[in-house]
Design a protein around this ligand. Structure first.
Ligand code: SAH
Length: 460
């Protein structure tokens, strides 16, 4: 094969016509078939680009000047959009975002799952795709002797100090971050210093129930002690009566992981509550809870529709978290079994079943990939299985256990189209057929896609 050399050089300025977008949201333009990825360029645009990196098979460029703008280009409302990296596509109209996400799902269904004809529906979008997040975890630092909070500048650990709001965040959480920072600063509580691994306050996490307006604040510190803890708690809770829980989490390791292992309630309850549809949920600090409440409701309704359970059905909900999907299913099914790896989430799930008077849901702590084969060996043969794994998708042992259990239907909820497609292929080869796929936009302004797929057994 002829040795290929890149048709461009580093630091060269070129004009590119953009045709496509990567999963990260970079525009793709080609020179003699050689792709160059350029952040913030949109398909259909023509722009002057500086080549910043040249690899063997692809390069990277920086947008210098747009010569021909896409009609779908919009002004990003966030002042720090180009620094932050938390959102990738605020410069794209919402309609284009939805279309692009649908295409992305169609592509992986073809390329990875080899399912050319499976219906991928239009993405269910939001009427108002801003301020949807119910949870924030923000780093704390110091600048000129004052506490600062802000997300990290892209690909760095420098805090963006001029960030006073986040346009995808619930306003109440923005205000709570600001309040904690202001009061902690007044009390001279030191920020964590990442370079020297000293200091105290590392992150402030805030979660507010959209329906209940109950707020939990989690203070994540390096130290076991928080100086002036009582004054901090007093001022926060007296000023903001919607705060129902203040939690202290200790993380004394040099790590990018936000939360440490030790968690203590320092004021109020261990939980906050929220409702989705008719179901009420207690949520503790370590538990996963979907971050976009109105879209979560649409996602769960779709999962429930696909599961199509009747009162005779036995259902498994694997990766069940605090039992959200399980309890929706339990309203219809004879019995639901949930499995989840985080013990706190399982105790939340048990409490949530009680809170809602549901006696037909049982929850187990464990790795789904170990518990499912064990259930199979115990003779548990569910009619329907729902899975909702993290980004890396399902473990093979779990997929095998599902195929062995021979449920009539499998409902696969996923936050990563590529691993979903990989797993659908395995299930297809194991005797299931993908009937349809429904993407739901849980993360507007970002490249993330959430989706739910329905599979049926071939003989059904
Ligand atoms: N269905 C829930 C949670 C989905 S998030 C909801 O919609 O709220 C995925 C969940 O899988 C998380 O709660 C995470 O703790 C859990 N998890 C991750 N790896 C796991 C494993 N190997 N076995 C079981 N649960 C796991």
């Amino acid at each position: 094969m002829a040795k290929r050399t890149a048709p461009v050089k580093k630091n060269e300025t070129i004009t590119l016509q953009f045709e496509d977008l990567t999963h990260e949201g970079n525009g793709v333009g080609k020179i003699d078939g050689y792709p160059i990825f350029v952040p913030y360029a949109l398909p259909g645009e023509k722009a002057e680009v500086k080549v910043v990196k040249v690899n063997k098979n692809f390069g990277f460029g920086k947008l210098l000047e747009i010569k021909q703008a896409s009609p779908e280009r919009v002004e990003p409302p966030c002042d720090v959009f180009y620094k932050c990296g938390g959102c990738q596509i605020q410069h794209m109209s919402y309609n284009m975002q939805l279309e692009m996400k649908q295409n992305q799902v169609k592509n992986v269904m073809k390329k990875i799952a080899h399912l050319d004809d499976v219906p991928v529906h239009s993405v269910i979008g939001m009427e108002d795709p801003w301020r949807y997040r119910n949870k924030v975890a923000i780093p704390v630092g110091e600048k000129d002797g004052e506490l600062i909070t802000g997300f990290y500048r892209m690909r760095s650990h420098d805090i963006i100090s001029d960030m006073d709001t986040c346009v995808v965040q619930d306003e109440v959480n923005d205000r709570m971050v600001e309040a904690v920072r202001r009061i902690a600063d007044k009390l001279a509580i030191p920020a964590y210093d990442e370079k020297n691994d000293c200091g105290v306050l590392r992150h402030i996490m805030v979660r507010t129930g959209r329906e209940t307006y109950e707020t939990m604040i989690v203070l994540i510190t390096r130290t076991k002690k928080i100086p002036h803890k009582e004054e901090l708690v007093k001022e926060l809770t007296e000023t903001y009566p919607h705060i129902k829980s203040i939690i202290h989490n200790i993380n004394n390791r040099k790590t990018n992981v936000i939360m440490g292992k030790e968690t203590n309630v320092i004021w109020g309850e261990k939980y906050i509550y929220d409702t989705i549809g008719d179901v009420r949920f207690a949520i503790s600090s370590n538990s996963f809870y979907q971050i976009n409440p109105p879209q979560t409701k649409k996602l769960y309704e779709k999962a429930l529709e696909y599961a199509n359970v009747s009162s005779d059905d036995i259902v498994i909900d694997a990766y069940c978290g605090i039992g959200t999907i399980s309890l929706f299913l339990a309203q219809k099914a004879k019995k639901v079994y949930g499995v989840e790896i985080v013990p706190e989430a399982v105790s939340d799930a048990k409490l949530n079943a009680k809170l809602n008077g549901m006696t037909n849901a049982e929850f187990f702590v464990g790795e789904a990939e170990k518990v499912m084969p064990w259930w199979k060996s115990q003779g548990l043969n569910p009619d329907v299985i729902v899975v909702d794994p993290p980004r890396k998708g399902c473990d093979e042992a779990l997929l095998e256990a599902m195929i062995d259990m021979q449920p009539y239907r499998i409902v696969y909820v996923s936050c990563n189209p590529s691993t979903l497609a990989r797993d659908l292929r395995i299930l297809e080869d194991g005797g299931y057929r993908t009937k349809e796929v429904q993407p739901v936009d849980m993360f507007p302004q970002s490249m993330h896609v959430e989706l739910v797929a329905l599979m049926s057994r071939v003989d059904e």
